[in-house]
Write a protein that binds this ligand. Structure first.
Ligand SMILES: [Mg+2]
Length: 142
């Protein structure tokens, strides 16, 4: 995508979350923006950037994934908004001393308990047909 700088050798494979946190922190410190990066402001900014991410799809028909991935204009916008959300997430985690890797692993472990593979496959939750579990249908539950 035009206007998107590339950094040879820098990608998800060889870049650590700590590297990204440091890069974002340096960017903020150099501009003396740290006083504005209170967790509340960062949480608000994440929500705003997430809304900008949604805006890409607003009023658009749901496209097949492969077509979407080949659309340079949409990919460029997605890249920008994913970066915006991620930058604020990195800054929020840094400001609050939260280790993102640990947080993600802990949350996935809890989700694995909450949504065991056996239960999900048995009940059909989140499957293409969106079949609701029999218990939820009889209880009128969510
Ligand atoms: Mg944005």
């Amino acid at each position: 995508m035009g206007g998107t700088p590339t950094f040879p050798g820098n990608n998800d494979i060889d870049t650590s979350i700590a590297d990204l946190k440091a890069r974002v922190r340096d960017f903020v410190l150099e501009r003396e923006w740290l006083p504005y990066h209170h967790p509340k402001e960062l949480a608000v900014s994440i929500a705003i950037e997430a809304a900008e991410l949604l805006e890409i799809f607003q009023w658009e028909e749901k496209q097949p994934l492969e077509r979407l991935k080949k659309d340079a204009e949409i990919r460029g916008r997605l890249q920008d908004e994913i970066a915006d959300v991620q930058i604020y997430l990195l800054s929020l985690a840094a400001q609050t001393d939260i280790d993102i890797s640990r947080a993600v692993r802990c949350k996935l472990a809890r989700n694995e308990e909450r949504y065991s593979v056996a239960d999900v496959l048995k009940t059909g939750r989140y499957r293409k047909d969106r079949t609701r579990p029999p218990d939820a249908q009889s209880e009128g539950g969510a």
